[in-house]
Ligand binder design. Structure first.
Ligand code: FAD
Length: 360
């Protein structure tokens, strides 16, 4: 069985596809002052937004990171307090408090970014590469007349970034030669929050309100908030979980998929799925892992009845330890697995459920 280490070495060093899109040789000199667009929930800024601060810190060693939060009500103020102490490099938190931001709709947010950029003249604007950042950043970039760079996994220099292309099979180095601001979405799995940071109580940055007096009512645009549905809050968030248990088409039905959920419960894990499992209606599409789903990099990724299509691997190949169970010994998932078991998942999962102790 080819080991994952071999595959990684192949794709990251000897694979001939590390491309360079150096648009011009002239390097743009910037003194970095970065604005991070942060998403918050229940009075805290979300983990991917803290990763965006970690990424911003690679650019700005001189503590000049501003965090922008928008919303309304008391939970916004709680989130601002959290943002103010989430990383020692945060120099200020900007809060836009208005009913227009109660839901993260892209149009008013993009207009807000435009307004804040006009006042702050930031060299970089960074958002995490989830649905929040992917929704807002391109619109804000259009308003600011710059071209964003998405899915950055490495900040090589303040204007040189690495991002995956072809479903993660090649890495592309891009030099930004446009005008300020350089707008980026970052993959949070590539900028993990150091555990020591979560434990430490860092200094509190000042919090100030964004002046919205010039912010018109016309920013609502064509989008309308209908409702938000989210996964069971008892379970860890798929994007940040330490363990992910994924089921594929091999599970055969939504009823059988419940075995995956039971195992995840026992292990305190998040549940993932392949696109085939989602398309077959076993689980909702928020659980999809892969090129067109979520990108995960947990400590442990267990895949049951997953063939290992390239589009699926694009979302999980950076997991620390990969375990695969498949009845087909030639399934491509075994090429990236650290531990592989050729077997019938309908025998393996019940046995695991029996042997794994209940969580206290
Ligand atoms: C543009 C594009 C984007 C895509 N994006 C994604 C994406 O984001 N995520 C994604 O996952 N896919 C994505 N896909 C789809 C992808 O190409 C595959 O079709 C999909 O990942 C296959 O899912 P699967 O492994 O569950 O199903 P299959 O490929 O059908 O594999 C099922 C596996 O289960 C095994 N199996 C069956 N029964 C058992 C059993 N009893 N015990 C053990 N093993 C068993 C089989 O041997 C087989 O290997 C995308 C495709 C395209 C074209």
């Amino acid at each position: 069985m080819a080991t994952r280490a071999m595959l990684r070495a192949f794709s990251k060093s000897t694979f001939p596809c590390r491309t360079s899109q150096h648009l011009s040789l002239a390097s743009v000199s910037r003194s970095a002052s970065t604005l991070v667009l942060a998403e918050h929930e229940a009075g805290s800024i979300r983990a991917p937004s803290v990763s965006a601060v970690v990424a911003a810190n690679v650019l700005c060693k001189d503590n000049s990171i501003s965090v922008l939060l928008a919303g309304s009500g008391p939970s916004l103020q709680e989130a601002a307090t959290h943002a103010a102490s989430c990383h020692p490099s945060v120099s200020q938190v900007l809060v836009a408090d208005s009913d227009q931001f109660t839901h993260p709709i892209a149009e008013p947010w993009a207009k807000l970014v435009h307004l804040v950029q006009q006042k702050g003249d930031y060299s970089h604007i960074i958002a995490p590469s989830g649905s929040f950042g992917k929704n807002i950043l391109p619109r804000a970039a259009a308003l600011l007349d710059v071209s964003p760079i998405t899915d950055v996994i490495e900040m090589a220099e303040s204007d040189l970034f690495v991002r995956p292309i072809y479903a993660g099979n090649a890495l592309c180095t891009v030099r930004y030669t446009g005008a300020n601001p350089c707008m980026l979405t970052i993959r949070s799995t590539s900028f993990p929050v150091p555990p020591t940071l979560a434990d430490s109580k860092s200094k509190e940055a000042p919090i100030s309100q964004v002046d919205l007096s010039t912010f018109g009512e016309d920013s609502i645009g064509n989008s309308r908030y209908i409702k938000q549905t989210s996964q069971d809050t008892e379970r860890p968030d798929l994007g940040n979980a330490r363990i992910v248990i994924t089921g594929g088409r091999g599970l055969k039905s939504a009823e059988n998929f419940k075995m995956i959920e039971k195992l995840a419960e026992k292990l305190g894990a998040a549940v993932g799925a392949t696109r085939a499992a989602v398309d077959a209606g076993f689980v909702p599409n928020e659980l999809q892992v892969g090129q067109t789903g979520k990108i995960v990099a947990p400590e442990l990724y267990m895949a049951f009845g997953v063939s290992g299509a390239i589009q699926h691997l694009a979302g999980m190949r950076d997991s620390k330890v990969i375990v695969a169970v498949n009845k087909d010994a030639d399934a491509p998932i075994f090429q990236v697995a650290d531990y592989g078991l050729v077997g019938d998942l309908f025998e393996v999962i019940p046995e695991l459920l029996e042997k794994v102790p209940e969580r206290k």
